[in-house]
Design a binder for this molecule. Structure first.
Ligand code: S3P
Length: 171
């Protein structure tokens, strides 16, 4: 089975993904890390040098590569992965894949992202005051994609272990 975690930046996809893979004794794949390894640049550096459009193309390529691998795995996608081109369809069309949206509120995301702003190309240019409004609008646009996940797991005020247990119970 491929468990695919979707959600906005800061929703905990990588942390929860790693925990789940430990519990299930499967491999864990962080899509951003796969991309970084492939191009030998950080996601921020890639954005800076080649721009978002090239990043989205590369992101799709790496996603297809990962989806084509055999065996069980937990995949943490990037916040934008399901929102471009046919990426979501590709994920959902895999018969052994389960997509899970880690749903966080604007307040939770703002709290988490405010201190990590500089390392994240999408929100780097914003001031801390602009951040909640930006997240609100961006999340609204992206929710259309996120909400097509097979399961929606609200994560506000829950600890990581409780979230992974909740996900395990869904499988
Ligand atoms: C992005 C989220 C990031 C990374 C890139 C773009 C986005 O992943 O893929 O910076 O568009 O939301 P995380 O959600 O893992 O931070």
């Amino acid at each position: 089975m491929k468990i695919i975690l979707l959600g906005y930046m800061g929703s905990g996809k990588s942390t929860i993904g790693r925990l789940l893979s430990e519990r299930l004794a499967t491999s864990f794949i962080d899509l951003d890390a796969e991309i970084e390894e492939r191009v030998n640049l950080s996601v921020s550096q890639y954005f800076e040098r080649f721009g978002e459009l090239r990043f989205r193309k590369l992101e799709r390529e790496v996603l297809l590569d990962v989806l084509g691998r055999s065996g069980s795995m937990v995949i943490a996608t990037g916040g934008g992965t399901p929102c471009y081109g046919d990426a979501l369809e590709q994920m959902k069309s895999h018969s052994d894949a389960v997509t899970i949206y880690l749903k966080a509120s604007i307040a939770t995301l703002t709290d988490r992202l405010i201190s990590q702003k500089d390392s994240r190309p999408i929100i780097q240019q914003l001031t801390s005051t602009e951040l909640p409004e930006f997240i609100g609008k961006h999340l609204f646009e992206r929710s259309h994609f996120y909400l097509q996940a097979d399961h929606v797991v609200p994560i506000d005020a829950k600890d990581q272990r409780a979230i992974s247990e909740e996900i395990l119970a869904l499988l």
